[in-house]
Design a protein. Structure first.
Length: 120
């Protein structure tokens, strides 16, 4: 039975049943109408993302991490040089590894970070 499900799975994940397709098409149409005081759901969503981005950037600044504000991307990055003196010295050595450094930033600065590349 597992083998049969595995074979079917490769096709199922790329398929959406007809009722969901109709619902999505309807939602895309409805989203063009006024929503929450904005011209459309899309305008509201854009403003909501901007509000949350600004809130995150304010929090990063308060934590001593100057944000690198994206102009169109989804992720907000921050410079970390200013918080390095707050970390135990052993975490700054390459020997501890970058994963340990990220944990130290999380514990000592209360900001969670993740690598931007596989080698980070």
């Amino acid at each position: 039975m597992v083998r049969c499900l595995a074979v079917a799975h490769q096709w199922v994940v790329f398929s959406v049943h007809t009722p969901a397709q109709h619902a999505i098409a309807s939602a895309l149409h409805v989203a063009r109408h006024p929503y929450e005081g904005k011209d459309s759901y899309y305008a509201w969503l854009k403003d909501e993302y901007l509000r949350k981005k600004q809130l995150l950037e304010t929090g990063l600044r308060a934590a001593g991490l100057p944000p690198i504000s994206p102009e169109g991307g989804f992720f907000v990055m921050a410079r970390t040089e200013s918080v390095l003196p707050l970390l135990p010295k052993r975490f700054l050595d390459e020997g501890e590894g970058r994963a340990e450094l990220r944990k130290a930033v999380c514990v000592c600065v209360c900001v969670t970070c993740f690598p931007l590349s596989p080698s980070s």
